[in-house]
Design a binder for this molecule. Structure first.
Ligand SMILES: O=P(O)(O)OC[C@H]1O[C@H](O[C@H]2O[C@H](CO)[C@@H](O)[C@H](O)[C@H]2O)[C@H](O)[C@@H](O)[C@@H]1O
Length: 236
């Protein structure tokens, strides 16, 4: 299917990991490709500043990887930094017993890695994929005591997140105020957490693009982040 062309009336929501950057083993060393930051800033100017990078990463982490001239949405939608603003994570952390329980699961699974992101906890199992089912079982049992939390599966990661950490809700909020208001949203993402935002974009008359394989609500698909960058630079 021919990909949609970008126009000055669009609002663009771009996921980070797996969409603007290739998935790699170490989340800490991921960076935009060379020239990517400048390209995104220029693109944002062409659509009136209505471009946001929307990520499951902590907004404080995201701001070290994405230019400050852009909207940055972190924590699966929990935290927003406007252009020029120094990102700040909302006060609060995961409930103590939840955090303690997840730390215990990490200790029992050498090779796993807990990424603590305030209220959101990412449990990475990329180094021990054979333990995924067991880890998921343990996390689900633990989370059953925390009804305000959900377990989200991602790419070699399980994320414990409060129900308000939802990229769809975040996209809807962004679309209700300038510079996004009145525009047609396009959500581009590769992962389960992006499907919430894709659904919202479709519901409000926009569209969505899925990057890579897997089930999706998106009407369009691209193979990989390289295809995303080509589309961003060519489809005008
Ligand atoms: O919403 P996103 O921007 O796609 O962020 C989702 C998670 O991305 C990161 O983890 C994933 O990417 C890592 C780097 O490529 C990879 O090593 C890991 O296996 C993936 O799950 C990040 O670490 C998480 O905090 C984000 O929620």
């Amino acid at each position: 299917m021919t990909l949609p062309s970008l126009s000055p009336d669009h609002a663009l929501f771009l996921d980070f990991d797996g969409t603007l950057t290739d998935i790699q083993d170490d989340p800490d060393t991921v960076a935009l490709p060379q020239g990517g930051a400048e390209a995104l800033v220029a693109l944002s100017a062409r659509i009136g500043g209505a471009l946001a990078v929307i990520s499951g990463r902590d907004v404080m982490d995201l701001q070290t990887r994405v230019p400050q001239e852009l909207w940055r949405i972190g924590g699966h939608g929990l935290d927003v930094a406007s252009p020029g603003e120094t990102a700040k994570r909302h006060e609060g952390s995961a409930p103590y017993d939840l955090l303690n329980g997840v730390r215990g699961i990490e200790a029992r699974h050498p090779g796993s890695r807990l990424e603590e992101k305030g209220r959101v906890l990412a449990f990475h199992y990329r180094q021990i994929p054979e333990h995924a089912d067991h880890i998921e079982g343990e996390l689900r049992r633990l989370l059953s005591d925390f009804p305000s939390y959900r377990l989200q599966s991602g790419k070699m990661v399980f994320e414990a997140k409060p129900s308000e950490a939802n990229k769809g809700a975040a996209l809807a909020r962004m679309m209700s105020a300038p510079p996004f208001e009145g525009r047609t949203p396009i959500m581009v993402g590769d992962d389960a957490t992006d499907e919430d935002a894709m659904k919202t974009a479709l519901e409000i008359g926009g569209t969505a693009i899925k990057v890579g394989a897997g089930e999706t609500v998106a009407p369009y698909r691209m193979d990989d982040p390289q295809a995303v960058w080509s589309w961003l630079s060519e489809k005008w």
